[in-house]
Design a protein around this ligand. Sequence first.
Ligand SMILES: [Mn+2]
Length: 426
Amino acid sequence: MIEESVIAQANEKALAGLRADYDALGENLSRRGIDIDAVKAKVGAYGVAIPSWGVGTGGTRFARFPGGGEPRDIFDKMDDCAIIHQLTGATPSVSLHIPWDKADPAALKAKAEETGLSFDAMNSNTFQDQPGQARSYKFGSLSHTDAATRQQAIDHNIECIELGKAIGSKALTVWIGDGSNFPGQANFTRQFERYLDAMKSVYAALPADWRIFTEHKMYEPAFYSTVVQDWGTNYLIATELGPQAFCLVDLGHHAPNVNIEMIVARLIQFGKLGGFHFNDSKYGDDDLDTGSIDPYRLFLVFNELVDAENRKPAGFDPGHMLDQSHNVTDPIESLMVSAMEVQRAHAQALLVDREALEAHQEENDALMATTTLKKAFRTDVEPILAMARLEKGASVGPVAAYRSSGYRGMVATQRPAASGAGGGIV
Ligand SMILES: [Mn+2]
């Protein structure tokens, strides 16, 4: 961990300016009928999970350029995740990917205790073959034409649940690469029937207090058809499986310009929104840092979530996780900035004057309705985020504190340079 005194000294230097900015914003919000401390309390209570695979340097299908001091295993990854949470106060949990993060459950629990982190959703992996694996996933996993291959994929998912049970996780996220590359290669209906049958076996192994999240993705690695390609198919799956099954929305898994916030609203309305993989994209599943391309879209997603929180629909409890690939930045810095971008969108959405918005909607005043959203989005909520961090003992300026701590240079001396193997991007 980073020396507390390093963080405290930097915070001390920033305090007077932050206090002035916070008070000025508080006065502005007060005129708008908003209590800044109430917003800060909600921001402070918010957490987004870190994907274990996000702390390593990612890559593209062309190349990967490893950075220094990359984590060698899940224990190094959890050390990096602990730094992210120490500095931002916004990332209390880590999501494991199996078999990449497979380890002795007692050792994982001990590491969680040591780092103060908990375990978010488990993630299964049937989109690549592991050394010594009996049957290949080249032509699919849970929807494979061969029953024994499907069973192998089912067994792997159940193994993920078992490990998750031992370390206190409460959810399994399933994303498969199954699909086809040529028209005629697969029978859409038979393939989806096989998938549903296999998923019913996985669902049957869920503990009563667990949820299963299925993640849709339009294309890649299959480039002609994908078995779980969009939110409609995802909704069918969650409905077919039962009340513990929900849809996971990865922001990058849609066609460009798709109205993701509306998909979110639909899934909330019908009680099937399971959670998010936050990231950003320009062209496809780019896995760019959250909020780096289209922060307004992120705000609009949170606008739907805050709207739902206010209405409190039964069972509404979506999981929040980052899922991105850091190819040209230090992953710890990208994950800190991304976690704060998610918090920012949440805070901005909390500022929306919902009473006014509803009135404008009722009166069909399109201009004033959209201006109401823009007014919240345009508000610089940084003083709220920074004050929430300060009060939690985290850092007012996480990236600057991280850089001055020398953490990356320190772990680079302890962790040998990794090979050029591809990063996991899901
Ligand atoms: Mn994802």
